[in-house]
Design a protein around this ligand. Structure first.
Ligand code: NAD
Length: 321
């Protein structure tokens, strides 16, 4: 590929998610210009990415067709937003999860780029209609919500603003697919998007079961890690039901919808996650994994190692099929 064929993406904000996006985009052959408003921060991010890419290459876990040296050559850091945006066709914002900060960033970016540049936000919980309320041309705006760490967990939720053009959704879908992520398109905005809504439902019922003395913290986590999670890494709840009755989903509903509805109507109210009950649950968790940095860091490293292994297993399955 010649230098002029390489398209440029600007990543705004070089924290945890900005660095991850930069690694994902260069793995797919895009030039990535990374900017942070803290002077020197973007350069530090590039140094950190260099270290990580070299380690990933040694572990044979680097993504994409390019070597770490080729991927690093695609990456550059900026303390100046205008320079960082020059030549970009796509901007991925990854700044603090604060509405006013994000709105300010998109106002600045819109002043500096052409009308056809796609403006994408990494926000976890803010609605597109709020994040982009101060942008004039909202048709080129969307949220591309990643899952941490995006290098191993490939899902990205594409959430449109009510005015987002269909072409912007499909171009972003193509970009995400090209870099090896797994994009899903929401048809309209909703608080929490899809992933965090499903996660909230799981957290709420897990919390209630522990709070009501039905099960321990340790055992509810085992319900996921040794039970539901085993299949959910490969097939979702819809396919699970489809496969769990001899004649598929309709048959499953004939057999089990009564029980399902009865259980659903027995769910308690939304927990408030505070007070004595919450303290007891937090203490129970801390007895299993102490809340100091040493223990938490060790468990995070273990989680990332396990996710790396799982993502390799999923890739081997895809390659074989
Ligand atoms: P972070 O605190 O690690 O990084 C934020 C970075 O943005 C910092 O380097 C900061 O200097 C920079 N920044 C702040 N204001 C800026 C500005 N005006 N211009 C340029 N840079 C600016 O945060 P993070 O965890 O990387 O999260 C970034 C976004 O990604 C948030 O919206 C968050 O909700 C979303 N997200 C986070 C996760 C996660 O698990 N951490 C997962 C999915 C989505």
């Amino acid at each position: 590929m010649s230098q002029s064929d390489v398209k440029t993406i600007t990543v705004v904000g070089s924290g945890l998610i900005g660095r991850s996006w930069a690694m994902v985009f260069v793995s797919g052959g895009y030039a990535v210009k990374i900017y942070d408003n803290q002077p020197g921060q973007a350069a530090k991010a590039v140094a950190e990415i260099r270290k990580q890419l070299n380690e990933l290459e040694e572990a044979h876990m680097i993504r994409g067709e390019l070597t770490s040296t080729q991927q690093l050559a695609l990456l550059s850091s900026y303390d100046d937003l205008e320079q960082a945006l020059e030549g970009a066709f796509f901007v991925q914002e990854c700044v603090f999860e604060q509405l006013d900060v994000k709105q300010g960033v998109f106002q600045d970016v819109e002043r500096l780029v052409g009308d056809d540049v796609i403006l994408s936000s990494s926000t976890s919980y803010l609605m597109p209609s709020s994040v982009f309320s101060k942008v004039h041309n909202k048709s080129r705006c969307l949220i591309s919500h990643p899952v941490n760490p995006p290098y191993y967990v490939k899902l990205v939720e594409l959430v449109p603003h009510p005015e987002t053009a269909a072409g912007v959704m499909s171009t972003t879908h193509a970009v995400m697919t090209k870099v090896g992520q797994a994009p899903v398109c929401l048809k309209k905005e909703i608080d929490g998007f899809a992933l965090n809504r499903v996660q909230a439902a799981i957290i709420a019922e897990s919390w209630r079961l522990v709070q009501d003395g039905v099960v321990s913290v340790k055992d509810i986590d085992l319900v996921m890690s040794e039970g539901l999670g085993m299949r959910y890494a490969f097939i979702g709840p819809m396919e699970t039901m489809h496969l769990n009755a001899p004649e598929g989903l309709e048959d499953y509903m004939k057999r089990y919808s009564g029980g399902l509805s009865r259980v659903l109507t027995s769910f308690g109210p939304v927990p408030d996650f505070c007070g004595e009950g919450a303290k007891k649950i937090c203490n129970e968790m801390s007895e299993l994994i102490p809340s100091d940095q040493k223990h938490l860091t060790a468990r995070k490293e273990r989680r990332d190692q396990l996710l790396m292994g799982l993502s390799k297993l999923k890739k081997d399955h895809e390659d074989a099929s």
